[in-house]
Design a protein around this ligand. Structure first.
Ligand code: 2BA
Length: 108
């Protein structure tokens, strides 16, 4: 078994949790903060059997893929108060995954 420690942007968490739980993965969600940007992100803890490791990684890759987004366009009522000028392209998504061997696993 491996322990997957996965850090994802808050924007991807709901969808990722849905797909993981639909595929019968057990997940613990922790609120976390990136040390560099000092912004909220989410850390997921998952104990995964070796034979299901690739499936878990595939779901994370597909759900959290890095993609470009454009901030609200000029004249839009949305996006006020943001730090970026309207119409700016930003990269969102992506995941950082640590995989750790689990020596022993028990539910008591
Ligand atoms: P990513 O490398 O995709 O990392 C996203 C978040 O994942 C990080 O948030 C941090 O919470 C976690 N993370 C990544 N690598 C880690 C590691 N080796 N150990 C523990 N946690 C880790 P932030 O720290 O807020 O970083 C946000 C983004 O800023 C990073 O995206 C990276 O593109 C950039 N970045 C981070 N540290 C940097 C630095 N020292 N200099 C320049 N850019 C940096």
């Amino acid at each position: 078994m491996r322990l997957l420690i996965t850090i994802v942007q808050d924007a991807d968490v709901q969808r990722l949790l849905e797909v993981l739980t639909d595929n019968r993965f057990s997940v613990t969600r922790l609120a976390s903060t990136g040390g560099f940007l000092r912004q909220g992100n989410t850390t997921l803890l998952m104990g995964v059997e070796d034979e299901r490791l690739e499936k878990a990684l595939e779901i994370i890759r597909e759900t959290c893929e890095k993609r470009e987004k454009t901030t609200a366009p000029q004249g839009s009522p949305f996006g006020r108060g943001g730090m970026l000028p309207r119409g700016t392209k930003v990269v969102v998504g992506g995941a950082t995954v640590f995989m750790v061997d689990v020596e022993r696993f028990e539910k008591i």
